[in-house]
Each structure stands twice: as C-alpha cells, then as structure tokens.
Design a protein around this ligand. Sequence first.
Ligand code: FES
Length: 191
Amino acid sequence: MVDVLGLGLGLTLVLIVVALHYSEGTEWRTPDDISQEVLERRAETVAETDFPEPMNRSIGGGGGAVAVGGGAEGELEGEDDEDAGFDPAAISDDEVEYFDVEYVNEGETIEVANNETLLEAGEDEGWDLPYACRQGQCLSCGGKVQNGDATEYVRHSNNETLGEDEVEKGYVLTCTAYPTDDLALETNETP
Ligand code: FES
C-alpha cells in the first residue's frame, strides 16, 4: 500500500517537472547594449544647448550641467563682442586713419594706420621687436598700452591669449593689435 502511494507521488512529481520543462515562459531578451539605451533615455531628459556633443547633454549632469553651460556661453559671447568680426583688410582706403603711437622703450613717436599692426609699424622703423606666431596665438609680442584699458586704444584682429581683464589692464598682442586712438606703448611687456 505504501509503495503504491510513494510510486504515485513520485510519478506525479515527475509529470510536474516534465510539464514545467516544456511549458513556455515569458521571454526576456537583453538589449544588445543596455548602457547605450540608458544613456539615450537620460539624454532625452536634458535640455539642448548650443555646445557640441558630448558636453551639451552631459549624462547625469542634469540642470546643473545646463546652468554651467549657459554661464560659459555668456562669457564667450562677452569676450567675442569687443573685436568680433574685425577685419583690418576690409578697411577701405578712405577709411584709413592714422594715430600717433609713442613707442616708449624705443623713444620715438610714429604714425600708425588703423590697418597696420603695432608690430609691423615698429618693424618698419627697423626696431627688433619680439614676436613668434604673428597670429595672436602666443604671448611673445606682448606689449602694454600705458594709457589704461587697451580696448579703448586698439582692436585685435585675433586674440587667443590675453584674457579680457588683461586687455583692460592695457596688455596687447602687438602682432594683431591695430590702433583706434593715439597711445603710448611699452613693447616687450606681458602680464
Ligand atoms: S607673436 Fe604670437 S601672439 Fe603675437
């Protein structure tokens, strides 16, 4: 009697296991790249900015990243405003003006046109002035306007080196600085 009961129970268990084995479960497929999917979903929740990828949509940065980006953008715009779009080659003949520039260290005052750099004008006098890139990308040609804020006396066609505060203190890149007023210049001066 006990054997028959045990046999029945055993048989039932075997049937259950076999049934489970052949039954269809719910299918779970792992995406090829979960991390990518998560990144894309997070990216959708972050506002667009004008910054190039990947900075404009920092994952995990959220509002903070956007706020920081916004501030930086403002600064860049501020920096660019001063000389943005200044192209000395576009100055026509009847727009050329001359200004008295005193080269303090050289002990002379010469006339410099507003389409001529402070460096070129000095070199034309035969002075051995310092320079390297001649494109506003280093500091070798640095000089200082003695009158004060250089933005009131020169325009830079390119300035990738001096900060706004340094220019306001009078520093200029003579290789890309064009006079807009009479001024006194100390050559070979850097911040
Ligand atoms: S020579 Fe490099 S910035 Fe003028």
